[in-house]
Design a binder for this molecule. Sequence first.
Ligand code: OFO
Length: 171
Amino acid sequence: MLDQRITDLLNEQVAKEFYSAYLYLAFSDHYEEAGLKGYAHWYEIQAQEERDHALLIRRYLHDAGCTVTLGTLAAPDVQFVDNLAPLQAGYDHELYITASINDIYATAVELHDFRTMQFLDWFVGEQAEEEMNASKLISDMKLFGDSRGLYELDREYSARAYAAPSIMVAP
Ligand code: OFO
């Protein structure tokens, strides 16, 4: 069993990860409707990854003998003024998720919950990667986002392949 504080924070994180998936699906819808199918695809894959993160935490809670409590998801705000806006919102969202993971980690340190610290190590690395990816999406669009460049970037993002998280055990 885990400390109730950790259990509560991890349950909240499950909802945040599912919300991330929901948010990125909204981004995907925006790009689909704007005719940018590569970006739409990229965010569909990102939504899959976020769902995986939620499931990993859910599995960790179950395996630790804790109760899983699913929270309520809000509808994402999808009023984007241009094609750059979702990318900027995505970067801000990743910073928020990183802070959330760090808060759980800090609580685990305080409680000497080494098991949860070890579990969260993968998420710490994943957040670093996701912040970097989100930042690159922005700089690429700013640098190359004229009509021809945007066409090429869209083609590039259409090639993203889904890969399950390395710590996810195949069913
Ligand atoms: Fe769940 O990885 Fe980012 O948000």
